[in-house]
Ligand binder design. Structure first.
Ligand code: FAD
Ligand code: MLT
Ligand code: ZN
Length: 468
């Protein structure tokens, strides 16, 4: 109680302490992790964030930054023990400035991603980061996890879309790096250090984002293929021919489509028969929708003759493009609605994927024949969600008891193929120890030195990303 009085005396922003009010901030989106906090704070200014950090440092309290709480790895959930304070950034949510000549937008970290996209659109520009959680995740959370999503093939991850950052450091000072420069070699790259640091080195309070011209003539197609080898063949053909006008290349297995058909609202199978794999492709920046359609028809017609493609539907309109996207974007929700999930967030060199997929499916099947692979992802950029759902009738506890072994089987193969076990969701607590075990010794030492140098008291998002 005395501690809360002290916090109230130091900090004049919004504070939640009632159990019902704080509960949504203490559990993650997947409902796997639940922690404890002395309070949840919702600062509206950078000054208030500084005050909170300083107060925590003086009182031995650890801070857990939180954006939209849509993260998949438990990074935004406080630990279950110790003195923790959740700092939710959702009220720090102003669009600070748009510079249409420089093609940049400066925003507070708590702006919802969909609002960033909308503000860019209103200014006649485009902000390309796109993911199914965009209606609730924040740009600060996107940068703290270096989010990927469905447009990386053309535009890159959150990191590539950010030119500058403002951060409140673990001592409560503001590092203002809000530069809108495309070239800047003035020392260590602090921006890049903070991106993907998952709140363990400071709190991101503002960012300068890159804007692009609005894409023209957007058109999607859902393509059926027999296996990942065929999918990779199609990717090669389309990239060689259309380069950056191919803006998305997303893989989903039949199992994924069935999950969405079962749990999605108004979802229906666009094909008359079922196929083992589907690719959602999107073209933009043709001179017109007709030109995009003609290009897709021509490319797919050739791929069909070459035996790469089994079937395809091409959207008739933007509305149909969105209907096709809903089949892809509904997978996470549908898999959650179905029950517990063993998730993998891997990336591989594009050239290794066709061999990896059947080998990894088979390696898991040998020791876990009854669990269901739910395989999908951002195939065009090499990142995959090699997920699993329980087989019929298996309860949650018995299914989740397999997680460590399934992870080991999949991740050993990923590492042997030159990949990563953490492509876009962040390590949080879910992948922290496994990632550390795979790390070369020199990398482990460098990471610990960085954390120790910037946050010697260990108050920033304890237990996430690195176990200390
Ligand atoms: P949170 O979940 O609140 O936090 C995530 C991490 O960032 C935590 O470690 C937290 O401490 C830290 N953090 C948050 N804000 C700050 C800040 N201002 N300063 C410092 N640290 C901070 N991710 C993808 O990459 N690609 C996808 O395609 C994708 N699809 C998704 C689909 C669904 C349906 C859902 C629910 C999630 C999906 N995600 C995806 C995961 C998630 O949306 C992203 O990780 C997102 O970037 C998290 O943003 P957030 O604001 O919700 O962050
Ligand atoms: C997605 O790409 O839809 C999410 O990142 C994946 C997931 O929920 O595993
Ligand atoms: Zn993803």
């Amino acid at each position: 109680m005395a501690m809360l009085d002290s916090l109230r005396a130091a900090y004049d922003g919004k504070l939640l302490v009632d159990a019902d009010d704080v509960a949504p901030y203490l559990t993650d989106w997947r409902k796997i992790w639940t922690g404890a906090a002395i309070a949840v704070t919702l600062p509206e200014t950078v000054d208030q964030v500084c005050t909170l950090v300083r107060w925590c440092g003086q009182n031995g309290v650890r801070l857990v930054p939180q954006g939209g709480n849509t993260g998949m790895s438990g990074g935004a959930t406080p630990p279950a023990e110790g003195l923790n304070l959740v700092v939710a950034l959702t009220r720090l949510n102003r669009i600070r400035a748009i510079d249409p000549v420089n093609n940049t937008m400066t925003v507070d970290a708590g702006v919802i991603l969909a609002s960033v996209q909308e503000a860019a659109r209103d200014a006649g520009r485009y902000f390309p980061l796109s993911l199914a959680a965009e209606g609730s995740c924040t740009i600060g959370g996107n940068l703290a996890t270096n989010a990927g999503g469905t447009a990386v093939l053309r535009y890159g991850n959150a990191r590539e879309l950010c030119l500058g950052l403002e951060v409140v450091t673990p001592t409560g000072e503001v590092w203002s790096g809000l530069k809108g420069l495309r070239k800047d070699n003035s020392g260590y790259d602090l921006r890049d250090l903070y991106i993907a640091s998952e709140g363990t080195l400071g709190i991101i309070t503002g960012a300068v984002l890159k804007l692009y011209p609005q894409p023209a003539a957007r058109l999607a197609s859902l393509v059926a293929v027999a296996d990942c080898g065929a999918a990779m063949g199609l990717l090669e053909v389309l990239r060689a021919r259309y380069a950056d006008r191919l803006t998305a290349f997303e893989l989903l297995s039949r199992e994924c489509l069935e999950l969405v058909l079962r749990h999605g609202h108004d979802a229906r199978d666009p094909f008359g028969e079922s196929y083992p794999w589907y690719i959602l492709i999107e073209f933009t920046d043709f001179t017109s929708e007709e030109a995009a359609r003609a290009a897709i028809e021509e490319a797919l017609g050739q791929a069909f003759e070459d035996g790469i493609v089994l079937d395809a539907v091409i959207a008739e309109s933007l509305a149909q493009t969105q209907v096709l996207w809903a089949l892809r974007e509904g997978i996470s929700e549908a898999q959650s609605a179905e029950g517990p999930t063993i998730k993998h967030d891997i990336a591989l060199p594009i050239s290794a994927i066709a061999a990896f997929m059947p080998a990894a499916v088979e390696a898991v099947r040998v020791s876990h024949p009854d669990i269901r692979p739910v395989l999908f992802g951002h195939l065009g950029d090499g990142s995959l969600h090699f997920n699993y759902s329980p087989g019929p009738g298996e309860d949650k506890a018995s299914f989740m008891a397999r997680q460590a072994e399934v992870n080991r089987i999949v991740h050993d193969l990923v590492m042997a193929a030159g990949g990563t076990i953490s492509a876009e969701h962040g390590l949080g607590v879910l992948r922290r120890d496994e990632a550390d075990a795979y790390r070369p010794t020199a990398e482990r030492q460098l990471m610990r030195s960085i954390k120790q140098a910037l946050d010697p008291q260990g108050i920033m998002n304890p237990g996430k990303l690195l176990a200390l």
